[in-house]
Design a protein around this ligand. Sequence first.
Ligand SMILES: NC(=O)c1ccc[n+]([C@@H]2O[C@H](COP(=O)([O-])OP(=O)(O)OC[C@H]3O[C@@H](n4cnc5c(N)ncnc54)[C@H](OP(=O)(O)O)[C@@H]3O)[C@@H](O)[C@H]2O)c1
Length: 294
Amino acid sequence: MKKYPIVGCMRWGVWGENFTTKQYETIIEQCLSIGLNIFDHADIYGHYTTEADFGQALKNNSSLRQQIKLITKCGINMLTPNRPAHAIKSYNTSAEHITISVENSLRNFNTDYIDTLLIHRPDLLLNPFEVAETITKLKTAGKLRSFGVSNFNTHQVATLAKYINIEHHQVEISVNHMNAFDDGILDQCQNMGIEAQSWSPLGNRLFSEGTEDANKKDKNKRILKIVHELADKYKTGVNEILLAFLYIHPAKIAPVIGTTKYDRIVSAKNAMEIELTREDFYKLWQASTGHEVA
Ligand SMILES: NC(=O)c1ccc[n+]([C@@H]2O[C@H](COP(=O)([O-])OP(=O)(O)OC[C@H]3O[C@@H](n4cnc5c(N)ncnc54)[C@H](OP(=O)(O)O)[C@@H]3O)[C@@H](O)[C@H]2O)c1
């Protein structure tokens, strides 16, 4: 069974469309109307403002919270006027930081539980015992329902997993960024029963012109040429093909889509209907790497 797309909210606030509360309410309801009910956040999105913007919509329409699942992340300390105490960008996965961050998120979302908390980046000073103890306390208190990580390598996952059950791993995966296919991450997700989530599933900057790097420009052109050919073949759109490339993988990847447009959210759901052939998967793989398989 393919996993429904997770709806990413990173670009919904001041880092993107800057939706009004009414627009948040509308797009959340639209997502629910097509069966998408998981929303991805991080404490830092919108320089620490997007969770609260989204939470205002949950407050305005109290029927929404029980219908949705909220993912949020913590562990990055970002440099921003909204956090004047931060002197440099750094990571923090101490018990105190995780606990305060979860309390802030609960307040921002106007809720008493977070469905999923992810450690956003692998803190070099991460103490697995301390993280495990903190997460267990939060779960026991009913403030947190599931736990995972993001952007960890396989060793970091294995180490932390000795102390606490890791239920999700969110990493960058797309036709433009294929490391997870062969760096062990997706194998590990399958071995350990960890849900694999892919951020930037459409391929970071695949669509944007203006990259100065000639190799990247060539790569983007090669990928887009094949994507368009396949979109014609499957009588669908380019976004659908980019997501079908992820859906064919046996790890059952859940794409975390970042669009701010409802019609593109619908396309992401429609992509679940496409059964890409293995050869077409490898056509995209070849377009990305620039060479055939060995
Ligand atoms: N864990 C992490 O470290 C991490 C890092 C980054 C992001 N994330 C999560 O992943 C989510 C998705 O990330 P993302 O936004 O980079 O992913 P994405 O879905 O790959 O990209 C979305 C961007 O592509 C644009 N786009 C989509 N289809 C297009 C098309 N056909 N032509 C031109 N532009 C198109 C969208 O614009 P429109 O809005 O106009 O559609 C939007 O700006 C985020 O919201 C966040 O929740 C997690």
